[in-house]
Design a binder for this molecule. Structure first.
Ligand SMILES: N[C@@H](CCC(=O)N[C@@H](CS)C(=O)NCC(=O)O)C(=O)O
Length: 203
């Protein structure tokens, strides 16, 4: 099994999940200038990570990859528990993080892809940063009185951890969201997370 990623990007979620499975895999960091050209676009038409290769099959789209890893490794409980409801909760938060929070973050990271002119880009970044903060507040509320987004730690928790790193990089202040801060510390203390951060060159 091989994961193609970009250090610190959403592929870090899959990297952590693969570590949680305890099974061997290879990690390859794709250079930014190689992402939108052949041969990478032949396996990832959007020129985006993550990409997972397994037994000659190539998968793109984070949700598909994470669900695939969860199905192949039921003992790792990657969707957050054993029951249909716990797994549905894991998927619910995965959807929230991938489709809502991540997509809004794309506006913060690359406003020039969406609007022209410095003023319009600054305004888009500011507005998107506020929406991102509103979404983090929803996750913070969910974590009131609980350690994980679902019943036990799941790929949704790894996604939340990765997006909190983005918030820090973009100076989006989450310091008042105590539940999120505790969740971040919990994730940082996980050896699988440390291992992924080390392999991606952050530690
Ligand atoms: N919908 C895709 C989005 C993946 C995505 O946005 N990946 C980003 C990294 S977090 C990327 O590869 N960006 C590089 C680019 O598009 O230039 C998924 O969920 O897998």
């Amino acid at each position: 099994m091989k994961l193609y990623g970009l250090p610190g990007a959403c592929s870090l979620v899959d990297h952590i999940a693969l570590n949680w499975t305890g099974k061997p895999f290879e990690y390859e960091a794709v250079a930014r200038d190689k992402m939108k050209v052949a041969p990478f676009v032949e396996i990832s038409p959007l020129g985006a990570v993550p990409v997972l290769e397994d037994d000659g099959v190539v998968l793109t789209q984070n949700i598909a990859i994470l669900e695939y890893l969860a199905e192949k490794n039921p003992e790792a409980k990657l969707l957050g528990g054993d029951t249909a409801l716990a797994r549905a909760e894991g998927r619910r938060w995965l959807g929230f993080l991938n489709s809502d929070l991540h997509k809004t973050f794309s506006l913060v990271f690359g406003p020039a892809r969406w609007v022209e002119g410095e003023a319009a880009q600054a305004s888009l970044t500011a507005n998107a940063s506020e929406r991102v903060k509103d979404m983090f507040a929803i996750a913070n509320g969910r974590l009131q009185g609980r350690e994980w987004l679902s019943e036990c730690r799941s790929v949704a928790d790894a996604y939340l951890f990765v997006t909190m790193r983005w918030a820090a990089a973009k100076k989006i202040d989450l310091s008042q969201m105590a539940n999120l801060q505790k969740h971040f510390a919990r994730m940082q203390a996980d050896p699988a997370v440390t291992k992924a951060l080390q392999a991606e060159g952050f530690i």
